[in-house]
Design a protein around this ligand. Structure first.
Ligand SMILES: Cc1cc2nc3c(=O)[nH]c(=O)nc-3n(C[C@H](O)[C@H](O)[C@H](O)COP(=O)(O)OP(=O)(O)OC[C@H]3O[C@@H](n4cnc5c(N)ncnc54)[C@H](O)[C@@H]3O)c2cc1C
Length: 475
């Protein structure tokens, strides 16, 4: 029997209210939901569904299962792999947008936990935790619009993984609606629980392919009362790795972030954000942005950072360094890092890589890759930056001057092959942070073993036998 779009929309509207089922046929503009953040993928959706609570998600999932409609969970739509937007062809696809489910149920300062609905914006949770004297440590450039559900589904990292881990380390409990509409209540705030399989782990980093995350209990930490930020210039990545080891040894637990930024990345930010000050007296090929935090006073922490950095200068693991004198200066240093993604977006064509390697192998990888790239793709402009403290680099390659973005994108396969083969040869990962989505799906067969893919497919079939959850992503 042919699929009856109008009957389906009418049923969905009866379940969650007409205003919350958007569809193109009645003139709603769906483009903000159907186009990915980078603007490279856009396909039509049957509807955008905006449920208010878990019960409505269950009802919609039952309707989808009954009618064979695919469901794409969507948070803030800030993901980098086009995982939250429709794919070409196939069955009708509805976007399940969680934005109305944005409640914070509880902040429990004694248990150091927060329990929130999946649509809660990351920044909102960080602010509410701070008001209660607690820190929710996940922090990333898109925090004003990405949602906790999206952060969990992508196992987001960000700039404080070095100290607090990524999202998988921060989740204690989940509530999930399965593809058949059943509610799986794993919403516990326990740090220890060895009662069999840890089911929540299946949904963390699954990119919405196994179920819809509707709520989560996450870890909070005592809010640090002091922070100190420094920006350093270096001659090589090898020096940056030595600096990381030396600063961790001296600052210990207090060391929270260590971000690598190439000289080319700084130049790019200064071109598109001309107010960015020159932070050091001369241009260095590499820079590092570092942050330490603790529960003491600013002055004492700043002195500890200064002493550690002076010792590193004497040991030759840093060439030049500036230490922020106050919070405002610290923010200025961080805005340089945060503006790299936006500057690349404004600059046009770039081929992104989000790789990870054992930290000890990163200098060899970068030193080998840069000349190979320049030789294979004359004029290509590598923009290298990222969370060096976690072994995660955004090894992006911008188009040669004068090459149109579309023409450069056509080289994506060849550039990816060069970079990803080198990563795989060093037993690294081709997606450390951003996930697979539709962007890297076709690369899975080259970089995962047949046994890994087989187990992943078996888990997918067990939880989603009809293949309704976010089809065309990951597998
Ligand atoms: C400027 C900028 C900086 C960024 N920096 C970082 C960074 O430092 N670290 C990092 O890890 N990422 C970073 N990202 C990528 C992105 O912000 C993260 O991947 C974020 O976690 C995505 O959250 P979202 O709510 O926007 O999810 P979406 O983009 O809407 O969705 C992402 C995936 O999660 C699934 N999903 C969303 N909500 C749910 C749910 N409730 N249940 C089940 N599945 C769901 C979707 O189907 C999709 O597969 C950055 C992005 C931008 C634009």
């Amino acid at each position: 029997m042919a699929f009856d779009t109008q009957a389906w929309l009418a049923e969905a509207r009866a379940l969650i209210g007409s205003a919350h089922v958007l569809s193109a046929d009645r003139g709603d503009d769906l483009s903000a939901y159907t186009r990915d953040w980078r603007g490279k993928f856009q396909e039509p959706a049957l509807a955008v569904l905006r449920p208010a609570d878990t019960g409505e998600v269950q009802a919609l999932m039952r309707l989808a299962a009954r009618s064979g409609v695919a469901v794409i969970p969507q948070g803030g739509n800030t993901g980098m792999c086009a995982a939250s937007v429709p794919v070409p062809g196939g069955r009708p696809q509805a976007i399940l947008q969680l934005g109305r489910m944005d409640r914070i149920f509880e902040i429990d300062p004694e248990n150091n936990t927060a329990t929130v609905q999946a649509g809660c914006i990351l920044q909102t949770l960080r602010e509410r935790a701070a008001a209660a004297g607690r820190l929710f440590p996940l922090s990333l450039g898109a925090e004003g619009s990405c949602q906790i559900g999206g952060n969990i589904a992508t196992n987001a990292g960000g700039v404080q993984v070095l100290r607090y881990g990524n999202m998988r380390d921060l989740v204690l409990g989940l509530e999930v609606v399965l593809p058949d509409g059943e509610r799986l209540d794993l919403l516990r705030g326990l740090r220890k629980d060895n009662t069999g399989y840890d089911l929540k782990q299946f949904f963390i980093g699954a990119e919405g392919t196994l179920g819809v995350i509707t709520a989560a209990t996450v870890k909070l930490f005592p809010a640090p009362s002091a922070g100190s930020v420094a920006f350093a210039g270096l001659d090589s990545i090898g020096q940056a790795v030595r600096l990381l080891g030396a600063m961790r040894a001296r600052m210990g637990e207090r060391f929270a972030a260590f971000e690598l930024i190439s000289g080319d990345a700084v130049d790019l930010v200064r071109r598109y954000f001309p107010d960015t000050p020159a932070l050091l007296e001369r241009r260095w090929p590499w820079h590092v942005l570092m942050e330490a935090a603790d529960g003491g006073g600013d002055e004492a922490l700043r002195e500890a950072m200064q002493a550690a950095l002076m010792a590193c200068l004497e040991e030759g693991c840093v060439e030049d360094v500036v230490l922020a004198g106050n919070l405002g200066q610290g923010r200025t240093l961080w805005s340089l890092r945060e503006n790299i993604t936006h500057a690349q977006q404004m600059d046009g064509g770039n081929i992104k890589h989000d790789i990870s390697l054992p930290i000890s192998r990163i200098p060899a990888f970068v030193e080998r890759m840069l000349p190979q790239l320049r030789q294979s793709f004359p004029g290509a402009r590598p923009i290298v930056y990222g969370h060096l403290g976690d072994g995660n680099l955004h090894f992006n390659v911008s188009a040669p001057a004068g090459v149109a973005p579309a023409a450069w994108q056509e080289r994506t396969g060849a550039v990816n092959r060069l970079v990803h083969d080198a990563v795989a040869a060093m037993r690294g990962s081709i997606s450390a942070e951003h996930g697979v989505g539709q962007l890297k799906r076709h690369e899975m067969a080259s970089y995962k073993t047949a046994a890994e893919l087989d187990v992943m497919r078996r888990i997918k079939r067990a939880l989603d036998p009809q293949g309704l959850m976010n089809p065309g992503k990951v597998l």
